[in-house]
Design a protein around this ligand. Structure first.
Ligand SMILES: Nc1ncnc2c1ncn2[C@@H]1O[C@H](COP(=O)(O)OP(=O)(O)OP(=O)(O)O)[C@@H](O)[C@H]1O
Length: 349
């Protein structure tokens, strides 16, 4: 069931002379328990679209339903209550510097109908959840970026939200800390059933934890699908560009091409790219090439990743054999649903 349903959302900003169309007639449904990544370059409209979910941005037109409730027509009081179920974290953490970690996390509970004791227990539990129990009495300035984001996550969870919006939450962090925060988000998704909307310009972050992906450009979602669909069969050039930033494939290809300019292929050699998804047998096929087809294989690059529990592999391989032998070998890959493409020398594929 869709926990978030945005329908025909338009957001325009009127400035003195200009009208900026930030989001143009976009519709998106996000299911309960999903981690939905929205990727795009700066200015694509990601934040504006996602901020309509909790009405931080009122759409110019369109419908916003969260847990079946139309958000655009709520009165201020009802909206305040509805927002409690939608936590949010940001790139720059937005902590209050003059109060402690404990007090930051306790802040959203100020008006909660809980006893003082219950509030203390709750904050301690949240700090434990994000691995910061020992930092309760520190001030934000005494924490690393990753720790600050953990505090922000604990604070965002104070009202037991069903949805967490993460707006570039890892963009200011180094790669290792980014992975730790993403692992924490994944854990919260799995243990609390938290639905997460992840806005980012980093495909790497999407690759780590998202189940679904939407790619945005100029106020439009230009492509969407499961993580596997987007990574294994991207259609738009922008999607391909983003994927290249998260895999080493293009970089590896450039290096291999460079290598081949100094060590050119022989007449009986071809460079091929091999891509497979799922439990396909690219690896055994490569190792049996010589026995089955008299074709020898020299693997110049290979990489395998697990995306949502599915192996996704790629390899750049030099095959050596006669024309007929190569033709039969390549056909065998195709028969086994492994994508194989010959890469012309000196060109790109
Ligand atoms: N309050 C505002 N007033 C005027 N223009 C705005 C406002 N907020 C956003 N915009 C414009 O709307 C467009 C989309 O911005 P938005 O912040 O949604 O993009 P984004 O993809 O989230 O990028 P970033 O990650 O840089 O925030 C941009 O052209 C931006 O300048």
């Amino acid at each position: 069931m869709a926990i978030i349903a945005l329908e025909n959302i338009n957001v325009t900003f009127k400035q003195k002379k200009q009208t900026i169309v930030a989001v143009q007639d976009e519709t998106i449904q996000i299911n309960q328990g999903d981690i939905y990544g929205i990727v795009g370059y700066s200015g694509a409209g990601k934040s504006t679209l996602v901020r309509t979910i909790n009405m931080l941005q009122k759409p110019t037109s369109g419908s916003v339903k969260v847990q079946g409730v139309e958000m655009t027509t709520l009165d201020p009081n009802a909206l305040r209550n509805a927002r409690k179920k939608i936590g949010m974290i940001f790139q720059h953490f937005n902590l209050l510097d003059e109060i402690t970690v404990f007090q930051n996390v306790a802040q959203p509970l100020k008006h909660a109908k809980l006893s003082k004791k219950a509030k203390i227990e709750k904050v301690n539990h949240l700090l434990e959840l994000v691995g910061l129990s020992d930092r309760a009495n520190n001030y934000p300035a005494q924490l690393s970026g990753g720790q600050k984001q953990r505090v922000a996550i604990a604070r965002a969870l104070a009202n037991d939200p069903d949805i967490l919006i993460s707006d570039e939450a890892t963009s200011a962090l180094d790669p290792r800390t980014t992975n730790q925060i993403l692992a924490l988000l994944k854990k919260l998704n799995q243990t609390l059933g938290l639905t997460i909307v992840l806005i980012t310009h980093e495909m790497q972050a999407i690759k780590e934890i998202a189940h679904h992906v939407a790619v945005m450009e100029n106020g439009h979602i230009i492509e969407r699908g499961t993580l596997l669909e987007i990574f294994t069969a991207p259609k738009a050039q922008l999607t391909k560009d983003f994927i290249n930033t998260a895999t080493n494939r293009e970089e590896a290809l450039i290096k291999v091409q460079e290598l081949l300019t100094t060590h050119p292929l022989a007449n009986d050699e071809v460079l091929v790219s091999i891509d497979f998804v799922g439990e396909q047998t690219a690896q055994p096929l490569i190792s049996r090439l010589y026995a089955d087809f008299n074709v020898s294989a020299n693997i110049l690059y290979s990489n395998m990743e697990i995306l949502t529990n599915t192996p996704v592999g790629t390899a750049l391989v030099v095959l050596k054999g006669t024309n007929d032998q190569l033709t039969y070998a390549i056909a065998a890959f195709k028969q086994n649903h492994v994508t194989i493409n010959t890469i012309p020398q000196g060109g790109n594929h």
